[in-house]
Structure formats: C-alpha cells, structure tokens
Ligand binder design. Sequence first.
Ligand SMILES: NC(=O)c1ccc[n+]([C@@H]2O[C@H](COP(=O)([O-])OP(=O)(O)OC[C@H]3O[C@@H](n4cnc5c(N)ncnc54)[C@H](OP(=O)(O)O)[C@@H]3O)[C@@H](O)[C@H]2O)c1
Length: 336
Amino acid sequence: MERRTIGAAALEVGAIGLGCMPMSWAYSTSEQNGEESVRTVHAALDRGMTLLDTADMYGPFTNELLIGRVLKERRHDAFVSTKCGLLVGEQHIVANGRPSYVKRACDASLRRLQTDFIDLYQLHRVDPEVPVEETWGAMSELVAAGKVRALGFCAVGARADHRKSKTPGASGIHATTIRQLERVQGVFPVSGVQAELAVWSREALESLLPWCVSHGVGFMAAMPLGNGYLSGTLTTGGGFEGDDVRARHPRFTAEMMAANQPVVAGLRRIAERHDDATPAQVALAWLLAQGRQVIPLPGTKKERLLAENGRAAELALTPADMAELGALPAARGSWE
Ligand SMILES: NC(=O)c1ccc[n+]([C@@H]2O[C@H](COP(=O)([O-])OP(=O)(O)OC[C@H]3O[C@@H](n4cnc5c(N)ncnc54)[C@H](OP(=O)(O)O)[C@@H]3O)[C@@H](O)[C@H]2O)c1
C-alpha cells in the first residue's frame, strides 16, 4: 500500500487506515465479535493499513483492549492513534480536558493497548471549562516523557452529546477548530487533524483541509463511508438497533435515506466503469485523490469489508470521474 506522512515529524502510515470504532461502539452491538475484530486488525496490518484509529471512550475502553491484543504481538507493524478527553457517563458523554486527567488517561490507554508509546495522541473534544492551551500543554508533556510521539486534534462535532440541542454545522465547527488549532500550535505542533470528510460531506475541503495542507498537518477522514451509507448496501427501511448511532441520526430516517439515494447512484455509476469496483471503493478513492495529506479511516469490524476497503488504494479515478463525484449532492438530514 502507498505510504503517506503525518505532520512535521513525517510519521509514515499506509494511505488508508482502519477505523476501529465499529468493533465496540456506535454500530450494531449484536454484530460485535471480538475474535473477528482481532483478525480484522491483523488483516489490516498485513495489507499495510497501518494506522489503527481508536479512542478510550469506544466501548468504553474495550476497543483499546482489543487493539492491545494485536499490539502485544506486533507493535512495530502498527501506527496507533488513540484519543482522550471524552468520558461516557450514565446519561451523557462529557468532555474532560483537565491536565491531571489527560495524564491519567494516557497511562490507562498505554496499559490497555499493551504498549509503552502511542504514535498519535488526539484530543477527542475541547473541554469548554478548560483553556485548550492547558490541555494541549499537558499532552505535550506526554511527548516529552516519551509516552506519545505526536499530537492530534479532532474536529468531528461541537457537542459531546448528539442528543442535546443545536450544533453550529460543519462549517461553523471548522471555523472554531481552526481558531483552536492556531492557539495550540503556539504550545506544541499539531501533527494530525481528524474530521468528517466524505463525498457527501465535503465542508472540510473549504477551510480545514487547506489549513492542514498549509501547516503540513495530516488529515484523517472520519466517517469516509458515511456511516456505511455510501457503500450502497444499506436498505432504505432503516431498522437500526437501538444503540446504533444511525437509529437517531437525521441522515438515516427512512425519508432521508431515500432522499440521499442519488449519491449512491452516482457512486455506483462510476464503480461500473472500473472492473470489479464497488461504491465504497469509489468513495475511498475520491478521498485519496484529495491530496497526499488525506488518510481515510474506513471503519469496520469485518475482514471481508476491510479487504474491500483496502483495495480502494488501487483504484485510479479519471478526471471525469472526479468531476462527476464533486458534483454529487451533499447529504440531506443534519443535526441542526
Ligand atoms: N474523532 C471522532 O470524533 C470520530 C467520530 C467518528 C468516527 N471516527 C473515526 O473514524 C472511523 C470511521 O468512521 P465510522 O466507522 O464511524 O464510519 P464509516 O467508516 O463511514 O462507516 C462505518 C460503517 O460502514 C460499514 N462498512 C465499512 N466498510 C464497508 C463496505 N466496504 N461495505 C459496506 N459497509 C461497510 C461498517 O460496517 P461494520 O460495522 O459491519 O463493519 C460500519 O457500519 C471510526 O471507526 C473512528 O475511528 C472518529
């Protein structure tokens, strides 16, 4: 697999990473299978998909434990990216960016991951009660202590809890994020930014990705398959399990799943022009073509889907394909 670099330290990773979240969090619990997940992580490393993206809150904690089972055997094949700063409570998910907490969280992640260093340690959300420079300063001390190689920043949503009131929308989130990134850059260099980017949610192309390019920062595309929708394999009837994020996601009501079908139709049309290609592979190849800064993180717990996603690195889209994909409609159904 082609290699790409992250940040000023030029840390090398496979061009496509593995989002480990669906193994333990956010998607159908009944399909979770620890043994298959471990095999999937091994298969990713075998294919050169070295960036394993996890977080302490996925599970909570169980996702890191799964990854730790693989790292114990082959730490040097993997690039581990985990996150701190979100706590899963009884009722809500809350941010915690206090320096003392961040340091404890890192030690706990290291134990669960069965390693003595994290390649990329990311701030999952900014704690509104703590100046971001203080949180970032504590994270930079983890680099100085040799526990972490580089620091990253997530800009996926303004709120910790999707069930609560309004969000400013992706463009507003990115404007806020860029201001925060400028503040923390003065404390310690940012190596990676993680945010939603997919063919149906392209807002990051306007300002956030250009910011990353101009600062030499890696951009990790979260939800590159639109939570599975862009694969074209979801039926429009919905029927998600209660703890599946899509059961309450406004893009996944029966009405919006039907309204968003032109996006899938466009991906399928282009897939048909390339031998054996699938809509998911076209969605990932479109991301890879956005520039060498971009590392898509398709999430899956299944070996079969991992293999399909990995082959997207071999798919070369033509300028005509790219133009057509760039003209597809944006996703309908938002949290606003
Ligand atoms: N920083 C943040 O706040 C944040 C937020 C969201 C995500 N992320 C990161 O980004 C990663 C990717 O996001 P995501 O996992 O939410 O969304 P995604 O990659 O857009 O979609 C994941 C879903 O798509 C399915 N899928 C994967 N490949 C497929 C294929 N080839 N054909 C059909 N279905 C396929 C998976 O199925 P199975 O579940 O059956 O495997 C899963 O349900 C996460 O795993 C996580 O590491 C970070």
